[in-house]
Ligand binder design. Structure first.
Ligand code: HEC
Ligand code: HEC
Ligand code: HEC
Ligand code: HEC
Ligand code: HEC
Length: 283
């Protein structure tokens, strides 16, 4: 897999890593869907992706609807927008156009060696989301996912919480539902976790609210060092989330929130003062 894909902390909130094919893909996608004649010449010049070419064949809608739906859902995803294609997760060879050649290597989830097999999913997603993977490796969840004894696969991997094809971060409501699948009164496995996770995610949303306020009202040049520091802290917090050490998540959340609150106060005062001065200035 391409090393320039690594989304480490430094690049996470700055310029995002992209492959050359990334910006071309939406065009290719549109061309494939509507077969617009004006697009085909430029599409030919792009790097070919036999997975998408073949899996977008509209005949599949009739012959293998379920398979076609995977393509459709990927077509709606942030990964598609960012140029992350089928082979980035499934392996295989996108440069070969016949099915057998392209599928070389195991691609489905059932085989133990497949990149999308339950046990291998954290590694596969972690190729790009490397900081988050580091956090996840520290969790009891990861230990359970890796354990040979866990034949029933009663532990969450990345796709349990984010989905596989059209990924999304859980929101306050879905996070509670996801945790409840395993943490509930029946399982007697820490049934308080879902409620705690919901409350913590709510605090994270407060962080985003304060952050936005400062972005809108603050002086962009003056705020630069502040944002550099806070961005790193927020990225660290996402990594900590994946260790699922709820106490540490809470501590880190409150620390960031405190800093943002203080800065928000400063920015609000400066903004009011500035407005007052403007209104008092003679024409
Ligand atoms: C020429 C057509 C063609 C190409 C090229 C192709 N596929 Fe497929 N793929 C299919 C068809 C048809 C199926 C349905 C199962 C079958 O017929 O083998 C399938 C099945 C799959 C499955 C499901 C496997 C399973 O075990 O259920 C995955 C995953 C997959 N393809 C991924 C890929 C990836 C990744 C690439 C590119 C590296 C790719 N395909 C290239 C036609 C293609
Ligand atoms: C971000 C990674 C990622 C991308 C991109 C991706 N997939 Fe997948 N896909 C997965 C994972 C992980 C699974 C296993 C899902 C699970 O265990 O619930 C999967 C499962 C599947 C399956 C079902 C296979 C099975 O064994 O049940 C098919 C079919 C499939 N993907 C096709 C595609 C096609 C076609 C594309 C491109 C249009 C694609 N995927 C893009 C990660 C990805
Ligand atoms: C080839 C690189 C690559 C792989 C492999 C990959 N991703 Fe991503 N992913 C990206 C990029 C690039 C983005 C967009 C930038 C960002 O938000 O960090 C992204 C974004 C995301 C997001 C954020 C979605 C949002 O709404 O903001 C989630 C969640 C995610 N990926 C989960 C996964 C999961 C789960 C897997 C494995 C099944 C996976 N990724 C595999 C590159 C990858
Ligand atoms: C697919 C099942 C599953 C899901 C979904 C799940 N967990 Fe877990 N979780 C487990 C298992 C299994 C353990 C290990 C329990 C044990 O060691 O007895 C665990 C352990 C934990 C622990 C204890 C860690 C420790 O070091 O003691 C916390 C905290 C936790 N989970 C939080 C969460 C949160 C928050 C969510 C939702 C975002 C969640 N879990 C979703 C299965 C799950
Ligand atoms: C038990 C549930 C759970 C598991 C397992 C999990 N995550 Fe997450 N993930 C979350 C939650 C909750 C958030 C939101 C918290 C945050 O953004 O800090 C999140 C946030 C993210 C984000 C940031 C999304 C954004 O909008 O910026 C990415 C990317 C991501 N996870 C990828 C992964 C990858 C890769 C794995 C596997 C190595 C994984 N997650 C495993 C629950 C989970």
């Amino acid at each position: 897999m391409d090393s320039q894909w690594r989304i480490s902390r430094d690049s996470q909130r700055g310029v995002r890593p992209r492959k050359a094919v990334a910006s071309a893909l939406p065009t290719l996608f549109a061309v494939l869907l509507c077969a617009a004649p004006w697009g085909s010449a430029s599409a030919e010049a792009e790097e070919s992706d036999s997975c998408v070419e073949c899996h977008s064949d509209s005949d599949l809608m009739v012959t293998n609807k379920k398979l076609y739906d995977y393509f459709l859902r990927w077509g709606d995803s942030i990964h598609m927008q960012e140029g992350v294609s089928c082979h980035d997760c499934h392996g295989g060879n996108p440069g070969i156009s016949d099915k057998k050649g392209a599928h070389d290597g195991s691609l489905g989830g059932d085989e133990a060696t497949s990149a999308v097999n339950f046990r291998n999913i954290p590694d596969t997603c972690g190729e790009c989301h490397d900081d988050i993977f580091e956090g996840f490796r520290k969790s009891e969840h990861f230990e359970q996912v890796s354990s040979e004894e866990n034949e029933e696969q009663q532990a969450p991997t990345c796709v349990t919480c984010h989905g596989a094809i059209n990924v999304a971060a859980p929101d306050v409501t879905t996070v509670e539902e996801i945790c409840q699948q395993c943490h509930n009164e029946d399982s007697d496995n820490q049934p308080e976790n879902p409620r705690k996770a919901r409350a913590l995610l709510n605090r994270l949303l407060s962080i985003h609210r304060y952050y936005r306020y400062i972005t809108v009202r603050g002086d962009p040049v003056e705020m630069k060092p502040f944002f550099a520091r806070i961005d790193a802290q927020i990225s660290d917090l996402t990594v900590t989330w994946h260790s699922f050490d709820l106490e540490t998540i809470e501590e880190e959340t409150e620390t960031v929130l405190k800093e943002l609150k203080a800065k928000r106060g400063e920015v609000a005062t400066a903004y009011k003062k500035d407005r007052k001065q403007r209104s008092e200035r003679p024409d």
